[in-house]
Design a protein. Structure first.
Length: 288
């Protein structure tokens, strides 16, 4: 094998991205047992795999969980997105957490459930070595895994610009209170936007000193999210009601609509302050 000097290595591997699941059941976590090439013993990992075409990282994570263990999962929360190969690959691994439901399918791999003490022993014994599993378990071991169903879910087209701002701002305003928001997109699976969040959202967040939290890529809205969330707000009735009629007709009139247009009709420097005010009004509703 020819070795390339570091100074001459300029290639970047273009990667479609991955999703992985920290599956919890009561006070234990699910880990699959794996035998990797050129490794002398079995390791233990959280389920996960590469995103397929028109599949978001969250969808990939839930699919891999089902294929590898047979388990379904309840509401999934974005935990962390890691870049395991910075310098030679643009790979991102988005890791989600959630409570496991009953297993119905066949399992591809041997798996088991482990307590925190057992996980700590596996890590100390060198049996957990991959970045995504170590990253996810660090949150779980420190007690910072969210298992709460959102009080409100902000819905837009790509889950890239408007809904992401509303999620961030609502959660900042409610940081000391028992309310929590998430966001999804009606067409997020198309993955037509570059990067993980709109530069307009980044710019405005910086202007108002709004923390971004951990890196999160767009998530796709699905039927189960309507069933699991207390309040869903679509951010532009003109744009999103037709999408609801086509994709989720049973829910069209069961959600709330705002009227804040995308950048093709309203400049971000006008739309984002309006969204800021509407989120503040929503927070007042929750607290009244």
């Amino acid at each position: 094998m020819k070795k390339i000097p570091r100074a001459e290595f300029n290639a970047i591997i273009d990667h479609p991205g991955c999703g992985a699941i920290l599956g919890l059941k009561e006070d234990k976590v699910l880990l699959i047992q794996m035998r990797r090439n050129d490794f002398p013993f079995d390791t233990f990992e959280i389920p996960g795999g590469v995103s397929e075409l028109n599949e978001t990282p969250e969808q990939a994570a839930r699919r891999e969980l089902k294929e590898e263990t047979g388990f379904d999962i309840g509401y999934t929360h974005h935990l962390i997105t890691i870049t395991p190969s910075v310098g030679y690959s643009n790979e991102y691994i988005s890791i989600y957490s959630g409570e496991l439901l009953d297993a119905e399918g066949e399992a591809e791999h041997t798996f088991d459930f482990f307590t925190k003490d057992e996980v700590a022993a596996l890590i100390k014994g060198g049996k957990i070595i991959d970045a995504q599993t170590l990253g996810a378990l660090s949150f779980w071991l420190n007690g910072t895994v969210n298992a709460v169903v959102p009080d409100v879910l902000f819905l837009c087209t790509g889950n890239y610009y408007r809904s992401r701002f509303c999620e961030l701002y609502f959660n900042q305003l409610m940081a000391e209170r028992p309310f929590f928001a998430d966001s999804k997109g009606l067409l997020a699976y198309r993955k037509i936007n570059p990067g993980f969040i709109s530069p307009h959202t980044l710019k405005y967040a910086s202007e108002i000193e709004l923390p971004l939290g951990v890196t999160k890529f767009p998530d796709q809205m699905e039927e189960r999210h309507f069933e699991q969330t207390k309040l869903v707000i679509a951010l532009d009735e003109t744009e999103h009601r037709p999408m609801m009629q086509e994709q989720f007709p049973e829910w069209e009139n069961r959600i709330e609509y705002w009227q804040v247009h995308d950048i093709d009709f309203t400049e971000p420097n006008e739309a984002l302050p309006v969204l800021k005010q509407k989120v503040e009004e929503l927070v007042t509703r929750f607290l009244s």
